[in-house]
Write a protein that binds this ligand. Structure first.
Ligand code: ZN
Length: 159
């Protein structure tokens, strides 16, 4: 642990000082213009405070399945929903140029679907690499907490 500035890294989030953020929040982690002119937007969807809290592994896994499936009912631009290895949130990759204000309603609708769901989609050995490693209730608890902080999503840093 050091307070020395780190050299510029290749990965956007490695240049983010995780001590300064105030989860839960939603921010653009990256925006890439492809050679053909199309744009990709990557969101950092942070559920828990870095280095303070993290989600249970089963909850992360079920949130991944449920957001990946339900979000596609609200947007045709979803390319990928992936958990962070630190288990504090997810990356959502969208085709097109999206802002936080445009994506927030999609994320909110997705999580409301999740709260109403009666099962985790594809939680079985045919469709998943660890079909038993899921918790519907754990996913709902995390989604509910994130939704409860809806008014704070656009505030990324404390103060
Ligand atoms: Zn899975």
């Amino acid at each position: 642990m050091t307070d020395q500035p780190t050299p510029q890294m290749n990965v956007e989030s490695f240049n983010l000082d995780h001590r300064t953020v105030a989860a839960p929040y939603l921010r653009i982690a990256d925006r890439q213009e492809l050679p053909g002119g199309d744009v990709l937007t990557k969101f950092d969807v942070r559920f828990t405070q870095p280095n303070t809290e993290h989600l249970d592994s089963e909850a992360v896994h079920s949130l991944e399945h449920m957001m990946a499936e339900h979000m596609r009912n609200h947007s045709g631009d979803v390319l990928d929903v992936s958990p962070m290895g630190c288990r504090t949130g997810f990356y959502v990759l969208l085709v097109g140029d999206h802002g936080v204000d445009g994506f927030a309603p999609v994320l909110e609708a997705t999580l409301r679907d999740l709260l109403a769901a009666e099962e985790v989609p594809a939680a079985n050995e045919i469709q998943c690499g660890w079909g038993a490693h899921h918790t519907l209730e754990g996913a709902k608890t995390a989604a509910r907490a994130f939704l409860d902080a809806r008014s704070q999503w656009s505030q990324v840093t404390a103060g």
